[in-house]
Design a protein. Structure first.
Length: 252
């Protein structure tokens, strides 16, 4: 499976985008910039933010038990596939989790795809939400810097990017309630039918599990018939599964 970067909450209810004219305006009009969103989640209780790719490591935790606003930084341990079609490491900054959640997290700790990280909080805020900024590349310095308009913005090797350039929407995971006008790309979904292989050599696995035993290969241009789909995996025969991310659906 490709290492898609997916939106990290089960409910998208963005309450302020990076185009906001209130607290986020200095983030996008100063130098350097980042592109934060405020995520209010479902607005019932306190929802979680989840690991958005195969694996992320906690790089730094700030503010717990002090006067500083609670913030945690995570970096992908491998390159991810972004919604704009590029691949690189990803660094994410999350602000406002409460002490109780961040005390359970340690620098160096790793999370795997869709694993719970922390809940929305209101440390340094007036209502429960999460302030999220993300960028391409690896964590640098202490993770942020003060810009020319007195706001602390995310720092990483390739810089901050707009969230819709980075995150896919996995419709099986995230329900979109409000996107505040930001247009996110949906993660590919697959159906039964005929496919043509569009990579040089595609491994055939014993089951739909990505790490199951290899039982053969299919070559570039060959066609296969998929009679069952599980996520991004298609069954092409008894105990024979391929990753459909490396195939193109055809009619004949």
């Amino acid at each position: 499976m490709k290492n898609y970067l997916i939106y990290p909450c089960k409910t998208m209810r963005i309450t302020q985008s990076y185009t906001g004219t209130t607290s986020h305006l200095p983030h996008t009009t100063g130098k350097p910039v980042d592109y934060p969103i405020d995520e209010g989640c479902h607005d019932k209780g306190r929802d979680w933010i989840y690991c958005p790719c195969d694996r992320m490591k906690v790089k730094r935790i700030y503010g717990v038990g002090t006067g500083g606003t609670n913030t945690v930084w995570l970096e992908s341990t491998e390159k991810v596939l972004f919604a704009d079609g590029t691949e690189d490491y990803c660094t994410i900054l999350i602000t406002h989790p409460d002490d109780g959640d961040l005390k359970k997290i340690k620098a160096g700790q790793c999370f795997t795809r869709k694993e719970k990280i922390c809940r929305e909080g209101k440390d340094g805020a007036t209502a429960y939400h999460l302030h999220i900024s993300a960028g391409k590349g690896k964590f640098t310095g202490n993770g942020w810097t003060e810009n020319s308009r007195d706001k602390y913005v995310l720092t990483c090797t390739k810089g901050a990017y707009r969230p819709e350039e980075l995150f896919f929407i996995d419709e099986a995971f995230t329900k979109v309630m409000s996107n505040k006008g930001l247009l996110f790309k949906k993660m590919p979904t697959y159906a039964k039918g005929k496919y043509k292989v569009n990579t040089a050599v595609l491994n055939v696995r014993k089951s739909s599990e990505a790490d199951s035993a290899k039982v053969g290969t299919v070559l570039l241009g060959q066609k296969v018939t998929v009679d069952k789909v599980v996520g991004d995996r298609g069954r092409i025969g008894k105990n024979r599964w391929v990753c459909l991310d490396y195939c193109k659906k055809v009619t004949k």
